[in-house]
Ligand binder design. Structure first.
Ligand SMILES: *[C@@H]1O[C@H](CO)[C@@H](O)[C@H](O)[C@H]1NC(C)=O
Ligand SMILES: *[C@@H]1O[C@H](CO)[C@@H](O)[C@H](O)[C@H]1NC(C)=O
Ligand SMILES: *[C@@H]1O[C@H](CO)[C@@H](O)[C@H](O)[C@H]1NC(C)=O
Length: 322
């Protein structure tokens, strides 16, 4: 469906940790251009845990420190394997996130073309798992997960799951779902100009942009939170051979550590760690201008931001139709 990759953070005011407990964003620390390989974040290499919940595997990556971290549940794309995402997921965890990666069936079963899920079921199960583990004194996650600060994300089919898990009602109209999710949570959708997954290239990005504008443009969205649409350029999302044996062009640009990933990280830090703090560097990078900002990123062809509270309604952005 439309969400090639999506991110949403659920913000619950209760039990909110002071935002300043967490390192603020910085273009350098978050890996923005000029990108310098995968420098890990301040919490270091994560520990991997192979968990089982309701007879299905869930891979968990958690920082070694013993404190409550925000939770990222990341759902893979159709036929994908965890190896495609591991470097990026480890990077997120190293910046202070517990990461849960659920399977529909199993690592091998999920690579079959007919093993599909689009209603967010396995993301919701991973949330249940994390919630149970966080309060289970024998679990390595005990005391390590802040269930009041949760990010739902995914790639391709997994992006659909993230939106649907946010809505929590399956099978409604796409644009309606985006509105519902955006009214509840900050939302980040990314795509690439050369994404040819759903239509002959380059129409996927154009279609996704249309969905975003259709859902969130044109006045009253009821949104309390910004929603971002970011389209990365063909040059930024060209095949570079860095993720062999996997391709990393177009639809798979999300596998690269230095293109979409830094903005996903900065957005997660803004909403799950800084709690949306307007005076944070995270906020000025995502919503402001100047050096290090989303608007100034040379890899970004087009970015749109919607959100009534922040922007007085409608969709604005830098846009050049070509
Ligand atoms: C890239 O990061 C490494 C490791 O932190 C550092 O030694 C190197 O100087 C950096 N390179 C640039 C061009 O910043
Ligand atoms: C988790 O599973 C992977 C893949 O089967 C394996 O390589 C790894 O050693 C396991 N890790 C733990 C801690 O069990
Ligand atoms: C608590 O965690 C342990 C270790 O992972 C597990 O064996 C046990 O089944 C869990 N208990 C519950 C009630 O989930």
């Amino acid at each position: 469906m439309l969400a090639r990759r999506s991110l949403l953070a659920t913000l619950l005011a209760a039990a909110a940790a002071a935002a300043t407990e967490w390192p603020d964003c910085s273009p350098r620390a978050d890996g923005h251009p000029p990108f310098n390989s995968s420098r890990p974040g301040p919490f270091g290499s994560p520990v991997r845990l192979n968990a089982t919940w309701m007879h299905r595997p869930i891979v968990v990556l958690h920082p070694t420190a013993r404190r409550a971290f925000p939770l990222l549940v990341f759902m893979h794309g159709a036929t994908a394997k965890i190896e495609m995402y591991l470097p990026v997921l480890e990077l997120y965890s190293s910046h202070g996130f517990v990461v849960a990666f659920p399977y529909i069936e199993s690592p091998s079963g999920d690579t079959r073309p007919l093993t599909l899920n689009t209603n967010g079921e396995y993301i919701l199960r991973a949330l249940d798992y994390a919630s149970a583990a966080a309060s289970n004194a024998s679990s390595p996650l005990h005391g390590r997960v802040d269930m009041g600060s949760v990010v739902l994300a995914g790639h391709s089919m997994g992006g659909t799951c993230a939106v649907m898990a946010g809505v929590r009602v399956p099978a409604a109209h796409e644009e309606h779902d985006l509105r519902t999710v955006s009214s509840r949570s900050p939302l980040l959708l990314t795509t690439a100009t050369n994404d040819g997954a759903f239509w002959p290239a380059p129409l996927t990005a154009q279609h996704e942009r249309g969905c975003f504008k259709g859902a969130l443009g044109g006045g009253a969205t009821g949104s309390q939170h910004p929603a971002f649409f970011v389209q990365f350029s063909t040059a930024a999302c060209a095949e570079d051979g860095a993720r062999r044996p996997f391709a990393d062009a177009g639809h798979d640009c999300a596998f690269k550590a230095g293109v979409e990933t830094p903005w996903v990280l900065s957005a997660m830090k803004l909403y799950a760690q800084q709690r949306g703090r307007a005076s944070s560097r995270c906020a000025s990078m995502l919503l402001g201008g100047g050096a290090g900002s989303l608007k100034a990123d040379p890899l970004v062809e087009l970015s749109l931001v919607a959100g009534e509270r922040e922007l007085g309604g409608g969709v604005r952005g830098k846009e050049s139709e070509s």
